[in-house]
Design a protein around this ligand. Structure first.
Ligand code: BGP
Length: 486
């Protein structure tokens, strides 16, 4: 029997994000974000009012999502019943500053989060607040092209600093941005409409650099405004294994891990891009402008802990430099099959079978590996900010949802966190993605992750909440501090 060793302060939590859970996408003065537009398949360059009238898409979008904006009291009461120690959620920039840089704060927007944060604190549930989860203001995108322009750094810092001032003493853990490394791969979240491949990639890497500087600036502002608070970025992490022990494949897997994930730890924690990353950018003519001032900002804004999200692992193999451009373009947006000429070719792990329900290649051990890899590089306390199983659940006649597959997935991953804890890694907490079903960024409500079922399909529904079997299971896990995983 494995000895379970979570300490008494371990944060057993759940996670959501604003555009995926709230709905009320234009209510009480909220502005539109790139995440809203992407969920509606709208090109950010178009006028949203005109474009919205043209959509007849049947896939669920962010207009209603899980209707948390109107049902937050019920949702928070369910969290309390489940015994959550922490709740990770995001604030929508466009509720606070609808256009992104408005002179005045939108009072109704901030009041919504006041209510949530106050109620969580009253319930003894630690609010863990993400400042930016994929939802850059569409107004700023139209105004100056979004993250591609340096102005976004100052606008983000102003928004973040407002939150630090306003919630000082009420929020102890901040997460600056969610999955910058996943975000920069998706053109919709960056508002990229450029079609020339070289220019498109140059824009992408400029956005990435500006986001790093914005993150460091926000971290420094947080430390100045509320020295008691702790703040960190959140990265998407999927360890890539070599497909064979051929040195070329081993190097390809190292390249994949370093170029997708590990370089970020260097930038955030040491304030420097590693040489292999600069070389890769230079070799491809993608190097953005990096000023002396940028480097000073990066060095001055170091995180207090490090957050990452883990769902599954991947594999990588050697890839020749002269691989066809057409092939590279074909797999460009598919993180699991991406090709970096001369560097690596990613592919789903051939030795792990596909799960029969969601076709994922499940790999709990990959989470233990992730903890070791990340900790080795940053030597900071770690927080697992997302982990969960997406599947089309079945609501039975008696309103029960028997999601044994989700329980099995979560249990196996918790056991691997325990392994990391036993390795001496300081792990602050674990967050199941998600508490209630939310809008999946890829499949609307066809894929569900929640411990609580939300009664709706792609077009809508009653939006009533039903506890799944996993809800009761997690309640026991929390009550026993991880000792009972059955
Ligand atoms: C993560 C994102 C979440 C969430 C999750 C599930 O990468 O941080 O916002 O979306 O993935 O993925 P999906 O929504 O595509 O099913």
């Amino acid at each position: 029997m494995t000895e379970i060793r979570f300490d008494d302060n371990f944060l057993w939590g759940c996670a959501t994000s604003a555009f995926q859970v709230e709905g009320a996408y234009k209510e009480d003065g909220k502005g539109l974000s790139l995440a809203d537009l992407r969920s509606m398949s709208i090109n950010p360059a178009e006028e949203p009012t005109k474009a919205l009238a043209n959509t007849g898409d049947k896939i669920a979008d962010s207009t209603v999502a899980s209707d948390h904006y109107h049902r937050w009291e019920e949702d928070l009461a369910l969290m309390k019943e489940c015994g959550l120690k922490s709740y990770r959620f995001s604030i929508a920039w466009t509720r606070i500053f609808p256009e992104g840089d408005d002179a005045e704060v939108n009072r109704a927007g901030i009041e919504f989060y006041d209510k949530i944060i106050d109620r969580l604190n009253e319930y003894g549930i630690e609010p863990i607040v993400t400042i930016y989860h994929f939802d850059f203001p569409a107004g700023l995108q139209r105004k100056y092209g979004g993250w591609a322009d340096r102005q976004a750094i100052a606008d983000f810092d102003r928004y973040a600093s407002y939150l630090f001032e306003h919630f000082k003493g009420r929020v102890r853990y901040w997460l600056v941005n969610n999955e910058q490394n996943a975000m920069i791969r998706r053109d919709g979240y960056l508002g990229i409409t450029e079609t020339d491949p070289l220019k498109r990639e140059q824009i992408r890497h400029r956005c990435n650099h500006h986001m790093f500087v914005a993150c460091a600036k926000a971290i420094a502002s947080c430390h100045r405004i509320d020295p008691e608070a702790k703040i960190a970025p959140v990265m998407a992490y999927a360890p890539h294994y070599p497909v064979s022990s051929r040195p070329e494949d081993v190097l390809a897997a190292k390249n994949a891990n370093d170029l997708y994930f590990h370089y970020m730890i260097d930038v955030h924690c040491r304030g420097e891009y590693p040489g292999y990353y600069l070389r890769w950018l230079e070799d491809n003519d993608w190097l953005p402008e990096i000023t002396q001032e940028d480097l000073e900002i990066l060095r001055a804004g170091r995180p207090d802990f490090f957050g990452f999200n883990y769902y599954r692992s991947n594999a990588a193999q050697y890839c020749p430099a002269d691989v066809s451009r057409e092939l590279v373009e074909r797999y460009r947006v598919d993180a699991r099959s991406r090709i970096l000429p001369g560097v690596c070719r990613c592919l789903p792990n051939p030795v792990i079978p596909e799960d029969s329900l969601n076709k994922w290649k499940l790999d709990p051990i990959g989470l233990h590996i992730a903890f070791r890899n990340v900790y080795e590089l940053c030597h900071l306390p770690l927080m697992l900010c997302e982990n969960g199983f997406g599947a089309p659940d079945v609501l039975e006649e008696d309103k029960a949802i028997h999601d044994t597959y989700r329980i099995e997935y979560l249990k196996e991953h918790i056991l691997q966190i325990n392994e990391a804890v036993r390795d001496g890694i300081p792990v602050l907490g674990y967050h199941v993605w998600t508490f209630q079903d939310v809008l999946s960024t890829s499949e609307g409500f066809r894929k569900r992750y929640g411990l609580v079922y939300v009664d709706r399909d792609e077009e809508g529904g009653s939006l009533d909440r039903y506890r799944k079997d996993s809800f009761y299971w997690y309640q026991r896990v929390i009550a026993t501090n991880g000792k009972c995983l059955e």
